[in-house]
Write a protein that binds this ligand. Structure first.
Ligand code: ARG
Ligand code: ZN
Length: 852
């Protein structure tokens, strides 16, 4: 199978040709589209005589070289290429071909989302549109003309600035766009449709006017204001924090319903999953609003970190993604609660990236091989990548970091570069040697830091030992170099010092002199390094009370809860001290959304990661029991907190209102463990009277999980109210697929036939099947039906959209660590998937690595 071939970083070769310009003409029809691609090409030194262009499923109409039509002895059409034989030093190539966007269910290249034509070309979609050197280090200037029927497609968009529009006699019209900035083909975009639009403007720091447009399905315009506000905030932030201004006359964003990922940073024409654009208080949760703000920022920030400076090859993906995630996280922290943002980011990292890093698909943030590059848009490349940039930021300090990013932009603007080039700029500008730090780019797995303390004669000694796991292939890996932010706290709770230690050896000692008594250690403040801390002293209650570092306070509460749950699983005993500490938090007068996080019990994923052999049943039994215990013990206080903060008619999005919703919904969830009439009434009332979606989904979720009758009434109401709004219906499917009630799998199977459900729309598949595959209780049920159902779906969806299918396959990454019973059941299903003859390389790569 030639498709299953592995690509290696070490095999990278420079391009042999340069494409100076690329002029594209699209003629869009209902059955097909014709593409004319005119390139001006130059040989680079020592080039071959033949030019091999990437081309997928090519239906060629004709080729002209320097205006001469080529007959078929002059070119070869391969499985994934078009090779033109014997080309001169410098030439123009005109290729005309035909594509079928209407039949494109993979959602790569040019496809249709409902009635909208749109594109997704990162990483290798462009070769499905026209033959090209479809690699990020080939950058060219694009001019694009789009022609379509005017009444159906009044809006015609592409990258750059708008040049001109023409009306034709036959009811068709065309628009030409020109993008002056050379770019790789993965940043090319095209949109055609009958779209609604929200318009605004922005003036850059140097006084340039930028037209801002957000396009969406007609009727949804009023749901674009949060996205527009976020866009303007992002533009201002990047000017202030990184000195980066926008560089075109126009910035367009288009929201589409069928999209494989979150969004795409195409130059001047971002295309978004409508999930990350559309929102109002009636339809979107507070978390949705936050998500929109950060994804709008993320794609905007790519204009400098990704577009102006791009990646040399796809192994360098973290160059743009890790850096851009770090930038969007910093932006969100600046605009919202810094402490909550950091905790949420670390939670996400641990729940997804740590799990991936402990699995057979673990890889360095800069991988050295892949089968399908689409499988490497991972939380490792993105979120761990962002942690690596954050560590650089910590090592350099704010001022040096800014100098270094300035140097990076000055030096590499307009180029396709490597992570090494980024590191060069970081260390050159700061004069800090980062050689030892580079290990973070090339190794996989999460290191554990073992902490030992001693105190004698006023001297406090901290001994740190790194345990670095072996790589997936079994090879031994080196210890890391990283900043470890710590604090020492005195017996009365007074802070003695805060320091950033540089850890670089396998075993190291740090000595602090002149202390009166053994201090309390506050370690890995702000989560300064993405490591696991292993500590034998348990000072959680003290740190929860006295640590001024909001992250370590949270961490202490989590660790305390985790160990309490583990003890319950082992002996059945509940630690009284933990119950007390929990009560202490309940009474704290702190920011409410932070408090809501402190009161959350550790996720099943957190507990599962600490087991040698994973068994889910004891975990959720213990969690359920601890929740019941806490709810019963603190019922009055919880009720009081609820009443104080439940403001059903308030739908404002300011920090205080969102904090109130966060805490009262947390409290309601804890109380719901009691499963009594009182709680059911509270949830039902909340569902009925609240004006926000935030409140409604929590109420629905609680009702669904504790009472089938009341749940059904509310869910029916929800269904009737929102059945015409697919985006909102995702929430409906997700609540049902995540339900712990018996019969969940049966209901999921029925929902697949619901008229709202559509297997071709990724959001819906993720909400129903994807969420079910993360429903620990039912996916891992020991009758094996959960595994069998998901495996069956993977096979089915792989035929429609391989990227979607391989996304679902990642639910099986836990395989190796499962208990024997589950493992055997899962193996049967994985074998079945792997035996499918026409399996995509996307799914093949994931499953074959899991089974290895
Ligand atoms: N560059 C996009 C972003 O991070 C994601 C594109 C993902 N594409 C894919 N085929 N996996 O904003
Ligand atoms: Zn990105």
């Amino acid at each position: 199978m030639s498709q299953m071939k592995t690509i290696y970083l070490k095999d990278y070769k420079k391009p042999e040709f340069k494409i100076n310009s690329c002029e594209l003409h699209f003629d869009l029809f209902e059955e097909f589209t014709t593409v004319i691609n005119i390139m001006s090409i130059n040989k680079l030194e020592k080039s071959e005589n033949d030019i091999r262009l990437d081309a997928m499923d090519l239906e060629l109409i004709e080729i002209y070289l320097n205006d001469l039509k080529l007959n078929d002895t002059r070119y070869i059409i391969g499985e994934d290429s078009l090779t033109i034989l014997n080309v001169p030093e410098s030439f123009s190539l005109k290729i005309k071909n035909k594509i079928y966007p209407q039949n494109n269910t993979e959602l790569e290249g040019l496809y249709k989302s409902g009635s909208i034509f749109c594109t997704q070309n990162e990483p290798e979609g462009f070769r499905r549109i026209t033959p090209y050197l479809d690699r990020p280090d080939v950058m060219s200037v694009f001019t694009t003309t789009v022609i379509a029927q005017k009444d159906k497609y009044p809006i015609l968009l592409s990258n750059g600035n708008k040049q001109n529009c023409h009306d034709f006699m036959n009811g068709r019209h065309g628009t030409t766009w020109h993008d002056p900035h050379p770019k790789p083909s993965y940043l090319f975009a095209l949109v055609a449709g009958d779209l609604g639009c929200v318009n605004d403007e922005y003036t850059t720091a140097s006084g340039e006017h930028v037209e801002l447009n957000i396009y969406c399905d007609k009727g949804n315009e009023s749901q674009c204001s949060h996205a527009m506000k976020s866009l303007k905030e992002s533009m201002a932030w990047d000017e202030e924090k990184y000195g980066r201004e926008y560089d075109l006359e126009i910035y367009n964003i288009v929201a589409v319903d069928s999209f494989n990922m979150g969004a795409m940073e195409n130059k001047g024409l971002n295309i978004f999953n409508s999930h990350y654009v559309l929102a109002d208080e009636d339809r979107a949760t507070d978390a949705n609003f936050m998500g929109i703000q950060s994804v709008i920022a993320h794609e905007y920030f790519h204009n400098w970190t990704g577009n102006r400076i791009t990646c040399r090859d796809w192994f360098q993906l973290t160059l743009k993604e890790g850096l851009t995630v770090f930038r969007d996280q910093s932006f969100s922290a600046d605009l919202n609660s810094r402490e909550v943002q950091r905790i949420e980011d670390v939670k996400g990292l641990r729940d997804r990236q740590f799990v991936e890093d402990a699995s057979p698909t673990a890889h360095p943030i800069q991988p050295n091989s892949y089968m399908s590059i689409n499988n490497f848009y991972t939380s490792t490349v993105y979120e761990k990548g962002a942690e690596i940039i954050r560590m650089i930021h910590t090592l350099l300090g704010e001022e040096n970091y800014r100098k270094a990013t300035d140097l990076y932009f000055d030096t590499f603007d307009g180029q396709a570069v490597r992570t090494d080039d980024f590191l060069w700029a970081m260390s050159k500008a700061s004069r800090i040697d980062l050689t030892e730090f580079e290990t973070w780019y090339h190794q996989s797995g999460t290191p554990t830091l073992k902490v030992e303390e001693s105190f004698h004669n006023g001297i406090y000694k901290l001994t740190l030992t790194q345990r670095v796991p072996n790589a997936v292939d079994g090879s031994v890996q080196k210890p890391y170099y990283f900043p470890l932010k710590i604090g020492l706290i005195g017996l009365t709770g007074k802070e003695i010092l805060e320091r950033v230690l540089i850890v670089s050896k396998e075993k190291e000692e740090f000595v602090f002199e002149g202390l009166n008594s053994k201090p309390y250690l506050s370690i890995n403040r702000d989560f300064s390094a993405p490591v696991k801390i292993q500590q034998s002293t348990k000072e959680y209650a003290f740190l929860m009370k006295h640590d001024k570092n909001s992250f370590v306070r949270y961490e202490s509460a989590q660790s305390f809860a985790t160990e309490t749950l583990e003890e319950m699983m082992e002996s059945g005993n509940i630690d009284e001290e933990f119950l007390e500490a929990y009560g202490y938090i309940l009474n704290l007068d702190i920011e409410l959304s932070y408090k809501a996080l402190l009161l959350e019990l550790p996720s099943v994923s957190t507990l599962m990661q600490r087991q040698d052999v994973v068994d889910f049943v004891p975990i959720y039994l213990a969690k359920d029991r601890l929740e019941r215990e806490l709810a019963a013990l603190y019922k009055d206080k919880l009720q009081e907190l609820y009443k104080q903060n439940h403001k059903p008619k308030n739908k404002k999005l300011d920090a205080i209102s969102m904090g109130q919703r966060a805490i009262k919904n947390r409290v309601l969830r804890i109380l719901s463990a009691l499963e009594n009439r009182e709680v059911i009434d509270m949830a039902r009332e909340q569902y009925k009277e609240s004006l926000t979606m935030t409140d409604r989904v929590v109420a629905l979720d609680i009702l669904e999980n504790i009472t089938s009758e009341e749940g059904e009434v509310a869910l029916n109401d929800f269904y009737n109210r929102y059945k015409d709004d697919t985006l909102v219906m995702n929430k409906y499917f997700a609540i049902l697929a995540a339900s712990h009630r018996n019969g969940t799998l049966e209901r999921v199977i029925v929902l697949e036939n619901d008229e709202v459900y559509d297997e071709k729309v990724p959001n819906l598949v993720r909400s129903l099947i994807g969420v079910f595959a993360r429903n620990y209780k039912h996916f891992h049920a020991i009758d094996g039906r959960g595994y069998s159902f998901v495996a069956h779906k993977i096979i089915e969806i792989d035929k429609i959209n391989p990227q979607m299918a391989s996304g679902l396959a990642s639910a099986f990454k836990i395989y190796e660590r499962l208990n024997n019973e589950n493992k055997e059941l899962m193996k049967k299903e994985l074998d079945r998937v792997l035996a499918v003859p026409s399996l995509s390389k996307n799914v093949y790569e994931i499953i074959s690595k899991i089974l290895k």
